[in-house]
Design a protein around this ligand. Structure first.
Ligand SMILES: Nc1nc2c(ncn2[C@@H]2O[C@H](COP(=O)(O)OP(=O)(O)O)[C@@H](O)[C@H]2O)c(=O)[nH]1
Ligand SMILES: [Mg+2]
Length: 251
């Protein structure tokens, strides 16, 4: 078990544990209490609170934040919807490059989920692309409440050159990030294991990258339980009376 495994794992033969382990690479036992905390947290109300297309429009950072980043069409909005159990919370688009703002979703006043604009969409007008890139960099480099970036990577393709600038930016800024492979329903188990292994190897050179990879399919709802459990470790409990309390990172 690596040093990132939650303390207090119960190594019994519970079915849920076996199921959850396979949603993380390398597979490991997950604390069932944390799974329950995650399940409860994500069953609470998630509210869209702001869509910012300029730095001035960013809402105050009142809660610990988890941002979802990745190239256009990788499945960011679908994953936010799957996590929160809502079909239409974050807009899902069949047209790449549609999400042009940073969208903030307040989860029960405990955690902020942030759907970032996608990158790598070649057909977007250059001037707009520069504007999104500037906004994205500014947000990632300066956001005090940002606890972790989930960097979504299409499991069919793995990490591509288009993902490197963001990874380097996060390494430089010292923002903790973690790879979440998406659309795993499109792959056979063996292919998925190979991609996960290769991706893990590629991440080793990145200073701010968390070594664990989450394997998800928003379509088939795979990996959602384990991801909820991990993210709930960043939430504030109980909800702060004033809006300023921000949780310490879990480790
Ligand atoms: N097969 C499959 N398709 C997915 C999955 N997640 C998203 N998609 C599809 O990928 C496309 C882009 O998804 P979206 O969430 O809008 O991506 P975003 O641009 O990163 O926000 C849509 O057509 C989704 O239906 C998944 O887990 N499996
Ligand atoms: Mg989107």
């Amino acid at each position: 078990m690596d040093d990132n495994a939650p303390r207090g794992c119960r190594l019994t033969a519970a079915n849920a544990m076996t199921e959850v382990s396979a949603e993380i690479f390398p597979p490991r036992a997950v604390d069932l209490d944390l799974v329950e905390v995650g399940r409860r947290l994500f069953s609470r109300e998630a509210r869209f609170i702001a869509g910012a297309s300029t730095a001035a429009a960013l809402p105050g950072d009142t809660l610990p934040e988890i941002a979802f980043a990745g190239r256009s069409n990788v499945g960011k909005s679908s994953l936010v919807n799957a996590l929160t159990g809502r079909r239409t919370l974050a807009r899902i688009s069949n047209t790449p490059g549609r999400t042009r703002q940073i969208n903030f979703f307040d989860l029960d006043e405990r955690l902020m989920l942030v759907d970032l604009p996608g990158y790598g969409y070649a057909e977007a007008p250059k001037i707009e692309m520069r504007r999104w890139t500037a906004l994205l960099s500014r947000y990632l480099q300066t956001r005090a409440a940002l606890r972790r970036v989930c960097l979504l990577i299409d499991s069919r393709h793995g990490i591509k050159a288009v993902d490197h600038p963001l990874m380097l930016l996060l390494d430089d800024a010292g923002v903790s990030y973690q790879i979440v492979l998406t659309k795993t329903d499109k792959l056979e188990a063996g292919e998925l294991a190979l991609t996960a292994e290769r991706t893990r190897g590629e991440m080793a050179a990145h200073a701010a990258a968390h070594p664990e990879i989450h394997l998800t399919s928003a379509l088939k709802r795979r990996g959602i339980i384990a991801l909820r459990a991990m993210l709930s470790g960043f939430a504030v409990f109980p909800a702060p009376a004033s809006a300023v309390a921000v949780a310490e990172p879990p480790r």
